[in-house]
Design a binder for this molecule. Sequence first.
Ligand code: DMJ
Length: 574
Amino acid sequence: MASHIPLQKRATRLLPFALGAGFFFWGLVYFAWPHLDALRPSPPPGPHHRPHPSSAHFVPVLPDSIPGPPPDPKWAARADAVRDAFLHAHKGYMDYAYPNDELLPLTEGFVNNFNGWSITLVDGLDTMWIMGLHDEFYDTVPILANMTFALPEKSFAAFFETVIRHLGGMLSAYALSGEPILLARADDLATKLLPAFHTRSGFPKYAVNTITGEIRPGWTGSAVLWAEALSCQLEYKYLAHLTGRRQYFDTVEKSMDIMRDADITEGQFPTKWHVETGKPMNQHFSVGAFADSAHEYLLKQWLLTAKSEQKALDLYMRASSSIIKELLFLSATRNLLYVTDTTDGRPSHTFEHLSCFLPGLLALGAHTLPLPERERTLHAWAAEGLAHTCWVTYADQASGLGPDEVIMKAMPRSAENPRAGRWLAHVERWEEAGRPGDVPPGLREVPRRGKGQRDYTSRKMGYYLRPETVESFYILWRTTGDEKWRERGWAVFEAIERETKTHSGYASLIDVDQSPAPRKNEMPSFFMAETLKYLYLLFTDKEIIPLDRWVFNTEAHPLPIFEWSDWEKEQYGI
Ligand code: DMJ
């Protein structure tokens, strides 16, 4: 029928429909356009791929295009040297160890201590992005895209390590690059780890099978270490914000509630808690191995959530005041400021390399917390003095690298020194005396001391490529602007190159007080995730990760500061 109607007439009759359809189509485009990003297929990854932000909170970091004055050639060359070190380690890992976890740098072998999920790649992925190593980054993304995070029956992933390394690594690489697959894989892994929280208290159990959900305790039996209970909140909260999955927030907040309600002396949070009852199990107060990152995650939860979580802030204030009051001491001869641990109030005078993260944390707090002026000054002095001591323990050694653990010789207890060398008492006396010399106790530069002449004895003389000292140098450099931290960092890097470099990578040392130092056959993944990243950020003039926009998790994976929406605050009870 229609074919008998003349063409002109047909067009006239169809006109209203055509106009209607046109309005409908363009109206749809107009209103839906801003929401269509999620439906568009991603362009294939490639070295020059620059992803488009697909949501309001997404701003990829492009180190090459950060504006600023031309870099100082001295520091640019030093940053390049660190990038070369990363590439050397990466190549060695890929040639001899991939797809296993870590390289054995003396025998060109490999080891699987972290579930066999190529930990060195996952942990080092965001460092690649930060260093502008886009080829290496985009070679790695498909490997991650294909990871199943599966484990055979009766095999277990250590919850804490998997969260801070794998989960933190993927979330950070996602936040920097915008590759959606990294968020999807992080979400998968986070869900697979959730059964770890199937305990009566809500604390996470030591390890979990990612397929069956079976959980098992670690060497601490029924105890969970404070560091392990309180070092998953940054990752899970950021993920809750990205995915809208309330379960992530609620699950990790339980441990925070236990801390808020715990009956403990001042802010002296013990190192062991009963994983089922949620009760403290000892009177051991520390910033070392069993506790370290818990302190970090208190301040950093407050910072990550744009200073909105009062609970985290209160807990940090309590803990950090107790650290300053109870755990800081001066050494006998050089008056070095050090941090130790106490059991039932009695100090051990052990000083751990692991606790060299504390000066960076205190500096970050002094820079950001709403503190009265005297408190802020105390935090800043403590940061400066402790970082100085961490540096001295490096500078003293023949290799130029610091030992893992020493026992400090404390000032003897006397009538004038009733608190047996506690730093705060010395500061108060110095202030009362009118601040002689203008340098607070524990902050004075001291001469290097050789074997047998030091104010400490060795306990563990190894250097395990750990990041804590250079991490603090980086935060101190960024918060104070004092170039000495960069120069000290460079001395550390030169020593790393001289003493630890091997044909295929970098090796831990057995005795830092020898040069050449005897080596240990290991290259932990945190060397590429943390140590080299902090050194690179220390030397590069560009502020790639501004501290008012990013927060580092305890494995040096930067996560972007975000604000909870009103809806989230209401849902989560923030
Ligand atoms: C890292 O895995 C993390 O920094 C953790 O919090 C403790 N220490 C190691 C590196 O020393």
